[in-house]
Ligand binder design. Structure first.
Ligand SMILES: Nc1ncnc2c1ncn2[C@@H]1O[C@H](COP(=O)(O)OP(=O)(O)OP(=O)(O)O)[C@@H](O)[C@H]1O
Ligand SMILES: [Mg+2]
Length: 377
């Protein structure tokens, strides 16, 4: 039995006042097609909210609530019926009256534990915004990396948010000229502890993922290598954690003056990574747009295999604008691979014809501008 969503219900989510979609429970890939602005990505985004975090658009919660002119409907919800070899669950999320944060429910019970969520539902996504991941903003690249790490190390997200909060406080003290040595040293100790743990976890997970990335399922999705370029990640390759702790502590002390004058600190919050296209022995940012997309898909497919092998659970995959930058041969190879996954895949496109060779194998839904979605094949 595959893992997937048999029914998805949205209320006041983005463009949808109400939506109720049934997908069966065979785990067939789902394709949503329709014109620009019809509401395809909104459906994928709703599914992405069934995990912790800010969803596939990294949106503000207030942006997700349905708006019609000046009217906002703040109480939105996403509810999914799930099936997997481990059983069935109903999982839901949304805003309830009086709450500031979005709520999560599993089988009717509230939860805030990411591990509980990951136990019943996981998903990965690729969006057109990530098509330039290898050449674009390093922050987006780091977020991409950290999501991979979080799937294997649930404590990683907490460490990252603690590190960011401590860093903010440390910079604030320095920039406001409040040189309280004991206070600064205490914050530096926390930055060192969390910083080393973050870097070590990234190294560990990237190393493990590397094993899956060297095996290609098809040459269309090339073997790749990920190299971390962060200060601590590099140091941990050759030095013990204790030595790197001392080095980072010294680095923080030295950076006090520079940061007080408005300069920036380097550390795990500025780490980056490089992906190497193995067959071509070329870094991803030098590859063509289609090759970069294929590399991203290689990473996502490897991550699915790694989660399945190491944790026994396969994540649902969300591929927004699945056809973008891929030639027809690569596209068809991708669909062939996706059909064999143990978890459901949701895809969007503006061009239904790309699925013409897969009638009966991929469930196709017509998303119309009037916010109605109908199964057509
Ligand atoms: N909070 C909101 N309330 C109401 N409508 C919204 C909200 N946020 C976004 N929309 C609208 O939802 C519509 C559908 O957006 P969506 O991104 O899902 O389209 P799409 O089908 O993926 O289009 P494309 O092919 O261009 O990617 C858009 O017209 C968008 O402006
Ligand atoms: Mg879209």
């Amino acid at each position: 039995m595959k893992t997937g969503i048999s029914r998805l219900r949205l209320t006041n989510f983005r463009s949808y006042a109400e939506l109720d979609l049934s997908f069966g429970s065979e785990g067939k890939p789902v394709a949503l097609f329709g014109p620009n602005g019809a509401g395809k990505t909104n459906v994928l985004e709703a599914i992405s909210y069934l995990t912790a975090g800010r969803g596939l658009r990294s949106a503000k919660l207030s942006d997700v609530a349905r708006r019609v002119g000046e009217d906002v409907y703040p109480l939105w919800s996403v509810v999914a019926d799930l099936y997997s070899p481990f059983g069935e669950h109903r999982i839901g999320t949304g805003m309830v009256a009086g709450a500031e944060r979005r709520q999560m429910r599993i089988d009717g019970k509230s939860t805030t534990h990411q591990a509980d969520l990951a136990d019943v539902f996981r998903c990965l996504w690729l969006t057109p915004a990530q098509d330039r991941l290898f050449c674009g903003d390093p922050n987006a690249r780091r977020r991409f990396l950290d999501r991979i790490v979080q799937a294997f190390d649930p404590l990683h997200a907490n460490r990252l948010s603690d590190y960011q909060a401590t860093l903010k406080q440390w910079l604030c003290l320095l920039r406001e000229g409040r040189w309280d040595n004991a206070w600064l040293s205490g914050l530096e100790q926390q930055l060192v502890e969390n910083g080393i743990a973050i870097a070590a976890s990234r190294l560990d997970i990237v190393g493990r993922l590397g094993g899956y990335l060297t095996v290609t399922e098809d040459p269309s999705f090339p073997a790749a290598e990920i190299q971390l370029t962060g200060l601590l990640e590099q140091a941990l390759l050759t030095q013990s954690a204790v030595m790197v702790e001392d080095t980072f502590m010294g680095h923080l002390k030295n950076a006090r003056k520079i940061c007080a004058e408005g300069g920036n600190l380097t550390g795990p919050h500025t780490s980056d990574f490089i992906v190497i296209h193995k067959q071509q022995n070329r870094s991803a940012d030098m590859c063509s747009t289609g090759e970069q997309k294929a590399l991203l898909l290689s990473i996502i497919l490897a991550e699915m295999r790694a989660q399945m092998a190491e944790q026994g659970k396969c994540p649902v995959l969300l591929l927004d604008e699945v056809a973008a930058h891929l030639d027809s041969r690569r596209r068809n190879t991708l669909f062939e691979i996706l059909l064999t996954r143990p978890a459901q895949v949701f895809m969007t496109t503006t061009d239904q014809r790309i699925f013409s060779d897969f009638t009966g194998q991929i469930d196709q839904f017509d998303v119309e501008e009037k916010q109605e979605i109908t199964k057509v094949a």
